[in-house]
Design a protein around this ligand. Structure first.
Ligand code: ADP
Ligand code: UVW
Ligand code: MG
Length: 399
């Protein structure tokens, strides 16, 4: 079964064509800077004759144009991997917010599409892009089954004590206002890898997903019991452009005293805050350079970024009542040596002891970077949301 996985972001589309159940990646790549100057389509095909790469620097005005360019590459006479879009049997979509409606992977019906649209206001940077991906894929891969895999699904095992908020009951009962949690596909994938690595069934693990969006999960015996994000993917950790946890008074102050509209405040907290607000850059590689030059704002921003992760490690260790491993994953977690160093610093009271040599060593696959006498394992585990989405699709359609 050929499953084409689409992970649509606000300005990018990551994709992989995967043959299941063998989990063979046929091709993979990314469309970057959609709607911006300097858009680019990256494509890597694993052919019998060897690996073929293409980078197209073409205007990509919207998601439809991006997916069309990818579909053309998939069927290209020279570097293509299929001869016809109908050879894609299933399209698996990452959908960020599934609300209370969707706790599991779901075949996309007209009714499901209406519900995904209703969730736009709760994930404004994500669900509209995910939805567009579905609409466009339906016109390109006409015969394929379309399946949605939700970021919120893995967190549905949280107990009420973790997901309820202390506001009047009717807001939960009538309007579903509660914590949902995000990046669930990634937290699930890396926590399962960590459990396999630890080689025991009873485990207490904290997974730390640091990409553009950042979140953490407390995972006990393979099930999520708490997470740092809530109703939408805005709160918790400091992120590329999102503020993370914030005193509610700030919002009222911005509106009532400084005269901002609520829409404007929403835009500021989602798109202009976080590392971007503190340093002028949202990409960790740019901020890292400034840090190394000793630029004050970058040093403070890095320290704050790590400080908030450390606070969540402390609170999640408390709710887990112990800790076997912490796991770093996603773009920053997998690659940024400095973030991992700052997070693990002065955490030996919790049994977290980093080996800086191992932290700097690099490498592929799972890496253990703790000191040999560290009671808690510190693991770097590359995430693979696309493979997990393909597995979920295959599981749904083979049931
Ligand atoms: N080698 C690296 N060193 C430090 N940060 C990196 C490196 N590679 C990627 N990143 C950071 O990872 C982040 C993007 O992570 P990613 O998981 O791809 O995010 P998303 O899926 O949310 O777009 C960016 O901030 C980028 O700077
Ligand atoms: C939910 C979320 O924040 O996703 P991303 O990290 O892809 O922006
Ligand atoms: Mg991501």
């Amino acid at each position: 079964m050929n499953i084409f996985v689409i992970n649509s972001g606000s300005s990018s589309i990551k994709y992989q064509l995967i043959s299941m159940p063998e989990a063979i990646v046929i091709c993979s790549g990314m469309v970057d800077r959609i709607g911006l100057e300097g858009a680019k389509v990256d494509y890597k095909a694993f052919l019998e004759s060897g690996e073929e790469r293409r980078t197209l620097e073409i205007p990509v005005p919207d998601h439809a144009a991006g997916l069309k360019a990818v579909a053309d590459l998939l069927t290209d006479a020279e570097v293509g991997v299929i001869s016809d879009p109908d050879q894609v049997h299933v399209v698996g979509h990452r959908v960020v917010h599934g609300g209370e409606e969707f706790s599991q992977t779901q075949l996309i019906t007209e009714e499901a599409k209406i519900k995904i649209r209703e969730l736009f206001p709760l994930a404004p940077l994500h669900n509209p892009a995910n939805y567009l991906g579905i609409e466009v894929a339906e016109t390109i891969f006409v015969k394929a089954k379309q399946v949605a895999v939700f970021d919120t699904a893995f967190h549905q095992t949280m107990p009420p004590v973790a997901f309820r908020m202390a506001i009047p009951n009717e807001f939960y009962e009538k309007h579903g206002i509660r914590a949902y949690g995000f990046h669930g596909t990634s937290h699930k994938y890396v926590s399962e890898k960590a459990i396999e690595f630890l080689g025991k069934a009873e485990t207490k693990i904290i997974t730390i997903h640091l990409g553009n969006g950042c979140s953490m999960a407390a995972v006990k015996d393979g099930k999520c019991i708490d997470t740092s994000m809530g109703l939408g993917p805005m709160n918790g950790l400091i992120m590329g452009t999102r503020a993370g946890d914030l005193d509610q008074s700030v919002i009222f102050h911005l509106v009532n005293q400084l005269g901002y509209t609520l829409d404007k405040v929403n835009g500021i907290l989602n798109k202009k805050s976080g590392m971007l607000g503190l340093t002028g850059f949202s990409d960790m590689r740019d901020i890292r350079k400034l840090y190394e030059e000793g630029e004050k704002a970058a040093v403070l921003a890095y320290d704050m970024y790590a400080y908030h992760i450390r606070k969540f490690i402390g609170s999640f260790a408390a709710v887990l009542n112990g800790l076997d491993a912490i796991v770093f994953t996603a773009g920053v977690g997998e690659n940024d040596v400095l973030t991992r160093k700052l997070v693990c610093q002065d955490m030996d009271f919790l049994g977290i002891r980093l080996d800086q040599g191992k932290n700097e060593a690099g490498g592929k696959g799972i890496r253990e970077i703790n000191a040999s006498d560290s009671p808690v394992k510190i693991l770097v585990i590359p995430t693979n949301e696309e493979l997990e989405i393909a597995r979920q699709c295959f599981g749904l359609l083979n049931d």
